[in-house]
Ligand binder design. Structure first.
Ligand SMILES: Cc1cc2nc3c(=O)[nH]c(=O)nc-3n(C[C@H](O)[C@H](O)[C@H](O)COP(=O)(O)OP(=O)(O)OC[C@H]3O[C@@H](n4cnc5c(N)ncnc54)[C@H](O)[C@@H]3O)c2cc1C
Ligand code: SF4
Length: 328
């Protein structure tokens, strides 16, 4: 690993100031993703800026929502009683992440901003679009864990964050601090589909920006479901998963938010599944229709057609779970 300087700022403004250098600087939370990339020579920053000392609290907001500091550990997010009561899909996503060690070390900010798991990206030898190169090795290569939606390229990653999916589904807002002050961005607008202009990153953060908070609005009269499909009951990332948040009017779904994870370069909101749910009773038939609608426009690559069925099942089972119907 290349030698680097380490800065321990006393405030979020000091953290932003410390990111401005003549060279490459990066915020470091739990370090599980960043240090691994540095050890593999994928990234070689000149300076690391510790953001673990920033806000690590979860507080209630006046409108009945909650505000999560980016330094909150994944395990503390999982164990927070109000998060579990108001946002069960966040709670469900948090406990499925990795292993106890990963959940105790990983921060919310680090989880949301972790870089892709594509094995070509993670291998120093493959200089693909995402590392400033001129091709994507997954096209025509090993792409069984890659995207089935949002596949226009140039990169075909799936976004790796499990927390990002329920954050988008609950309509969270992300507070960002940069050299020009603070701004709030809807979680759905934070993550970016790759283009030739922005393929080096996965979100709207500029080099000297940090994510400081995730703000979840009061959930209202909703039912929630979250379902993850994994290769086996292991600590690895899911193959596909879904959060559904259903606004109810009696037993009728007034409106729905359906967000799929591990299937696209961003948390993938399925407008087709949402349309299939709106105005329908919450039952098994509706759940099946939502699953089918969700994958109707999937465009799998050469080696990941199997993910279409898995994504369909994840949507169906998330809706069933919102209905309180037990699945296998
Ligand atoms: C075996 C294994 C299984 C895993 N399974 C899952 C899984 O199922 N789901 C899942 O979501 N994750 C999974 N992970 C990934 C793990 O959850 C993340 O690596 C971890 O959450 C990252 O958090 P961190 O605080 O250590 O991040 P860091 O490594 O500190 O940071 C990650 C990235 O975010 C940037 N960053 C950190 N904080 C901020 C901030 N406040 N503002 C802006 N940028 C910031 C850093 O510069 C870095 O680029 C798994 C990891 C392993 C090793
Ligand atoms: S999918 Fe993206 S990260 Fe992977 S090889 Fe292609 S361009 Fe690189």
């Amino acid at each position: 690993m290349k030698a680097f300087a380490y800065v321990n700022p006393a405030s979020e403004r000091e953290a932003v100031a410390a990111l401005k250098i003549d060279g490459i600087a990066a915020p470091i939370g739990g370090g599980q993703d960043l240090l691994a990339r540095m050890k593999d020579y994928i990234d070689s920053p000149d300076r690391l800026v510790n953001v673990k000392g920033l806000d690590g609290t979860i507080t209630a907001t006046p409108d009945g929502g909650i505000k999560i500091g980016s330094a909150v550990k994944i395990i503390d997010l999982f164990e927070h009683a109000q998060v579990a009561a108001l946002y069960p899909a966040v709670n469900a996503a948090a406990i499925e992440i990795g292993t106890p060690q990963i959940r105790h070390q990983g921060t919310v900010g680090g989880n949301v901003n972790q870089r892709p798991r594509c094995w070509y990206y993670r291998n120093e030898e493959f200089v693909c679009f995402k590392k400033g190169g001129s091709r994507c090795f997954a096209v025509g290569g090993e792409n069984q864990y890659h995207a089935i939606f949002g596949n226009e390229g140039p990169s075909h990653i799936v976004h790796p964050s499990s927390l990002a999916v329920p954050f988008v589904a609950y309509g969270a807002r992300f507070r960002v601090l940069g050299p020009n002050g603070e701004r709030e961005i809807a979680a759905a607008d934070y993550f970016t589909l790759p283009t030739m202009q922005n393929v080096l990153k996965e979100n709207v953060l500029e080099d000297e920006d940090i994510l400081t908070h995730v703000i979840l609005p009061a959930p209202g009269n909703v039912k929630h479901g979250h379902y993850e499909v994994r290769y086996k009951a292991s600590h690895d990332w899911p193959l596909a998963f879904t959060t559904v948040v259903l606004t109810m009017s009696g037993n009728t779904i007034a409106s729905a938010r359906v967000v799929l994870g591990a299937v696209a370069p961003i948390p993938w909101r399925s407008k087709a599944a949402e349309a299939a749910l709106a105005g329908k009773p919450l039952n098994e038939r509706t759940a099946i229709a939502a699953g089918e609608a969700a994958v109707a426009e999937a465009k799998p690559m050469s080696g990941n057609g199997y993910k279409v069925q898995i994504a369909k099942t994840a949507v169906k089972r998330a809706v069933l779970s919102a209905a309180g119907i037990k699945t296998a």
